[in-house]
Design a protein around this ligand. Structure first.
Ligand code: HEM
Length: 441
């Protein structure tokens, strides 16, 4: 059986044009051509998996469908063999070393950073101000990353530079994965900025981790946990991470956790502004809490907010396109795939399939009332052995930060025009501007 090609490929360019111009519409058009569809990303043929059952199989057989392919090859250039990009052969050890930092017992310790960062954003806004929501949410989640990873080891200025570096690198990552190979070696300002941001970010992280080298104290942050110091979730005698490995891991968490969660928060604020009935329900839920700001213990009471975040992740999954490399000859959907083939799948494509979701484009947080998501149909955090290690962290962060912001402000859209997502390495509501109004105005 052969794999049908996706329409729109051009000599040399492959599918770079539709992937750059309107990647989401392009993705949504693919299932009409088959369960598997052939694309060209850059110089490489890539098999796009459109079927939910086959996508799940690629996720569960992580030794066959290993990290790699156009996107992960670029991510690896940035963060080396950190947890998100390391091959199957290194993964078990890496995951075991990182797991204590994400032990459920650790979450309550991180949670105050989620609300305090949302409060800091909220305090910095004044009535009537127009804010760039995506940039504001990026600052919010970067503050959380710095505080939970390093306690207070980065100055505000250094943290700002980290955000700028991450933005620069994330902006160009997808393009580097899909650009035609003839453009790869051309010198250019964008390449220069990318190299500079990459070197600068590494230096910043190196400086922080070396300052804590040999420090036996448990600072209660992710860095302590990764170094294996004084952690109750860390089995006795387990070695911690050090040197290059530690830097790769810290960089990985910055990349994997900052822009993703920021985008979810920004999209949730956008969706709530377009659906005021849901916004009022989220606000009432936050108002009903006894304390000034929601705490970790309040999470079970924030059910509507939780459903809003789940639905936001369905409509706008930040990791919208994911690639793999085939590690050994195999078959998928009746098609033979030789070792070295590249495949891709898309949580966005799966989440918008009308055979899996009724009215898939409709924002309907109540669709999650009383049901557990189907594991093949709902993939915002991936699945299997490579499922997001920060999923619980991210959900708690998004719910607590959203409840904190909505309790304090009404954010009003400047236009009724629907916002088109910008598909870079994550799915971003770039250009989303909203007016902050006093809560009771
Ligand atoms: C809403 C926010 C987030 C989303 C949507 C998200 C999504 C994902 C997805 C889809 C994967 C699997 C990728 C694949 O299969 O190739 C993943 C993996 C990962 N994520 Fe997240 N993530 C989020 C937040 C976070 C946070 C906050 C952290 C850390 C603090 C984090 C750290 C990681 C790591 C380390 C991996 C690799 C896990 C492994 O391979 O063992 N993520 N994430």
């Amino acid at each position: 059986m052969s794999i049908p090609p996706a329409p729109g490929s051009l000599p040399l360019l492959g599918h770079a044009l539709p992937l750059v111009r309107d990647p989401l519409a392009f993705l949504e058009s693919l299932p009409a051509h088959g369960e598997l569809v052939r694309l060209r990303m850059g110089s490489r043929p890539v098999v796009m998996v459109c079927d939910p059952g086959l996508t799940r199989r690629t996720l569960l057989q992580d030794h066959v469908f290993d990290k790699g392919g156009p996107l992960y090859d670029r991510i690896r250039e940035l963060v080396g063999d950190g947890l998100v990009s390391c091959p199957h052969g290194l993964h078990r050890r890496q995951r075991r070393l990182c797991q204590p930092a994400f032990h459920p017992d650790r979450l309550p310790r991180y949670a105050p950073a989620f609300t305090s960062s949302a409060e800091a954003s909220s305090r910095s806004w004044h009535d009537g101000q127009v804010i760039d929501v995506t940039a504001e949410m990026m600052a919010l989640t970067a503050r959380v990353a710095v505080e939970t990873m390093f306690t207070t080891a980065l100055s505000a200025q250094a943290a700002q530079m980290v955000i700028a570096d991450i933005n620069e690198l994330m902006d160009t990552l997808l393009w580097r994965a899909i650009r035609p190979s003839l453009l790869e070696r051309l010198p250019g300002a964008a390449n220069h900025r990318y190299d500079r941001a990459r070197a600068h970010l590494r230096r910043t992280i190196d400086a922080v981790t070396s300052g804590r080298r040999g420090d036996p104290a448990d600072h209660g942050d992710l860095l302590s946990s990764l170094q294996g110091t004084g952690d109750p979730g860390n089995p006795a005698g387990q070695e911690g991470l050090a040197g290059q490995e530690l830097t790769d891991q810290i960089l990985t968490f910055f990349f994997a956790g900052t822009e993703t969660t920021a985008n979810v928060l920004a999209w949730a604020l956008y969706l709530l502004a377009r659906h005021p009935e849901n916004e009022s329900r989220v606000r009432s839920e936050a108002d009903a809490l006894a304390g000034a700001a929601p705490t970790f213990a309040d999470l079970p009471a924030l059910e509507v907010t939780h459903h809003v975040v789940m639905e936001t992740l369905r409509l706008y999954p930040p990791a919208w396109l994911v690639t793999r490399t085939v590690a050994e000859d195999t078959e998928l959907g009746g098609v033979r795939l030789p070792a070295g083939s590249a495949i891709a799948f898309s949580p966005y494509l799966i989440h918008r399939r009308p055979d899996l979701y009724e009215a898939p484009d409709r924002f309907d947080p109540d669709r999650w009332c009383g049901i557990q998501p189907d594991r093949a149909a709902y993939l915002p955090f991936g699945s299997g052995a490579r499922k997001c290690i920060g999923a619980r962290f991210a959900m708690a962060e998004a719910v607590l930060a959203l409840a904190t912001l909505i309790a304090r402000h009404r954010l009003v859209l400047l236009t009724d025009r629907p916002l088109r997502p910008t598909a870079k390495s994550t799915l971003s509501p770039r250009g989303l501007r909203m007016r902050v109004t006093a809560r009771h105005a």
